[in-house]
Design a protein around this ligand. Structure first.
Ligand code: HEC
Ligand code: HEC
Length: 209
């Protein structure tokens, strides 16, 4: 009795294994294709070499998933972005449109892909005096949530250390204008920064290379 019932079961199990392999294969192929599109702006493995485009290699899965949802909800501005490479080079789009096109499965595969890469810090020039002042401001206002100088992946709050300064500057402006919704407890810290304080912070994050 037992021996007889194991036969059809194992055949079924074999089919299940085969079909899951097929599903797995197409998922992998799809993520490669998607990533190719992202790479036209964010660079290979998300290590952007363009100062207005953020480095996304090495960001946490959760931060990527949340961020794409935020673009879909328009809780971040839809800033016009130009394709830097590839077949669409020169044509314009924005992250909201890109986010709208992505399914939940695609977002998850993209999040896994980029979380598996290394955050390659930008090589950029900075002023050491401003950076030193910026570090103090960071330590007393931002370190609590952006640990280790804003380099901790576990914070799920993006990576500030080594991020492109022009991108970060634009981000500060979007937060302060209200176009990008801020976490409740970050708001008072950001709003009390002076213009010089903000500039010092940018130089601090830029100095981490
Ligand atoms: C046409 C250029 C372009 C393409 C293609 C593109 N991006 Fe972007 N992306 C940008 C720019 C510019 C920004 C910064 C401005 C903004 O917030 O919209 C950005 C911002 C982001 C951010 C926010 C990072 C942060 O630290 O807050 C994420 C995440 C992101 N993109 C992921 C992706 C993924 C995943 C793809 C591919 C599915 C992709 N992008 C395709 C140009 C592009
Ligand atoms: C109470 C926690 C908290 C504090 C304090 C805080 N942040 Fe944040 N921050 C977050 C979280 C959570 C996110 C991610 C959510 C989002 O995308 O808006 C974030 C996102 C950011 C981003 C966007 C990163 C990116 O790649 O898009 C910047 C820039 C930033 N914070 C700067 C600062 C600075 C500068 C300070 C100190 C003056 C600060 N934060 C204080 C929690 C905090």
């Amino acid at each position: 009795m037992n021996a007889m019932s194991t036969k059809p079961l194992s055949a079924l199990a074999a089919i299940a294994v085969m079909s899951s392999l097929i599903i797995f294969d197409t998922a992998v192929a799809d993520v490669d294709k998607l990533v190719e599109d992202c790479a036209n702006c964010h660079g290979k493995d998300g290590a952007s070499t363009e100062s207005s485009v953020p480095i996304i290699g090495g960001i946490s899965e959760l931060f990527m998933i949340d961020t794409i949802a935020i673009y879909k909800d328009r809780d971040r501005p839809c800033i016009e972005a130009e394709y830097l490479e590839g077949p669409d080079k020169g044509s314009k789009t924005d992250m909201c449109k890109i986010a709208d096109e992505l399914s939940d499965e695609e977002i998850e595969s993209l999040a896994k892909f980029y979380a598996g890469k290394t955050f390659v810090r930008a090589k950029q020039s900075f002023d050491p005096e401003k950076a030193a002042r910026g570090q103090k401001i960071h330590d007393s206002n931002c370190e609590k949530c952006h640990e280790d100088g804003g380099s901790s992946v576990e914070d799920d709050a993006g990576i500030l250390a080594g991020q492109w300064m022009p991108y970060l500057e634009q981000t500060f402006k979007s937060y302060l204008s209200g176009e990008r919704v801020m976490p409740k407890k970050m708001k008072p810290k950001m709003e009390k920064l002076s213009d010089t304080g903000m500039e010092d912070l940018l130089h601090y994050y830029g100095s981490l290379q």
